[in-house]
Write a protein that binds this ligand. Structure first.
Ligand code: HEM
Length: 117
């Protein structure tokens, strides 16, 4: 079971790479107001949701304690990220503030994950 959990943590991290990478590579465009939500960001956010839910299930099945408050907050932030990226996925230019919010929420989730132990 441990191997399976670590495998899903790895997939979870690939999801972060797609979502955050999509954001970081467009920071200059964001400053110019020409950034857009790329398919990688949408697929990364979806990957986070699917692998995150799987990790909760696998940890519970393995009798590992799951911090429900931490997971609930991460899930709530991700739902906002996913909603914004999904709704605006076809827009060629996304407002600076909106694009920045997705990056900020993603970074917030990373620090919630690693600092809240
Ligand atoms: C943008 C959204 C997210 C980011 C950036 C993120 C980030 C991370 C990171 C860096 C880890 C590895 C560090 C660690 O083990 O604590 C992790 C683990 C984990 N994540 Fe996420 N996550 C996100 C969304 C979610 C969601 C939506 C869920 C659940 C529905 C979730 C559930 C978990 C679980 C269960 C673990 C295993 C370790 C633990 O118990 O904390 N994550 N996440």
């Amino acid at each position: 079971m441990d191997v399976l959990i670590h495998l899903f943590v790895g997939l979870h991290i690939i999801g972060i790479a797609a979502l955050l990478g999509g954001f970081l590579t467009q920071m200059k465009a964001m400053g110019e107001g020409t950034a857009r939500f790329s398919p990688a960001m949408l697929h990364g956010a979806l990957t986070m949701l699917i692998t995150g839910v799987a990790l909760v299930g696998l940890n519970q099945a393995d009798d590992n304690a799951v911090n429900n408050l931490k997971i609930g907050i991460k899930m709530a932030l991700l739902i906002v990220i996913l909603g914004l990226v999904y709704v605006k996925r076809d827009e060629e230019r996304v407002d600076k503030a909106l694009f920045g919010a997705v990056g900020a929420l993603t970074v917030a989730n990373i620090f919630i994950a690693v600092l809240w132990t």
